[in-house]
Design a protein around this ligand. Sequence first.
Ligand code: PGA
Length: 271
Amino acid sequence: MRKKYVVGNWKMFKTSETALNYFSDLQNKLRDSTTVLPDIGICSPAVFLQELSPLKRSVHLYAQNVHWEPEGAFTGEISTQMLLGCNITGSLVAHSERRQYFNETNLSAGKKLNALLSQNLQAIYCVGESLQERESGEFNNIIETQLKDAFIQCSQEVKNHIQTSAKEHNSTQISVHPQPLSIAYEPVWAIGTGKAATVKDAHDVHQFIRKVLSEIFDHETANSIRILYGGSVKASNAVEYLSDDKIDGALIGGASLNPDDFFKICCLTNL
Ligand code: PGA
């Protein structure tokens, strides 16, 4: 059983004050809730992580990006060591906005996955096709390449770590949290556009991603990895995605900016 995972991505929004208020408010709501909740995470701008971390109770806290080197002359970057020092859960890797505006490639994404996973941090690896790639019918090939070219950068040790965690997860029959790796399928044309993929389209791509993961790792490991859908998920459509058996959760941008809206989506997973 893969427990559902709902993750908010604040992108480059919020101030120190609004971030702190939101984070406390959300966790109070979750504490007082009587519904069965999914696992929940927030991806915050790096500058707030240190302030938010001590407030962390049930919510996992992620960076939105990380460098692959442990330290060095890389102005503007943050390292896995810095995340560990702040007691952060992990990081998003290769969000499509990083691919689109900051030259993120499958190669750099793979190095980041390797850096995070070898330090026992979690990674949410984002994949997804552009509108042109969707319309040309090439999207499965694009996604397969995004997965295979990235994981080829990961050491055998990292692959063993993912496989061992999967075995533990499957043998206990409950969600052993944290699983080191999640995948987020985010079609670029659905992000921030209000034009979400149909549940059927997301379902089919998730099934395909799991097949590719079983080729990269093995069947058992692939079955334990959560695959989240992202792209214009909001309170009014979240149930459709979250009730699909191939969709293990959601990565939510715009609708995660308000704690009431985000909390509402978290409660919808009690299906
Ligand atoms: P959106 O963003 O929910 O605003 O479409 C999703 C994301 O970028 O992760």
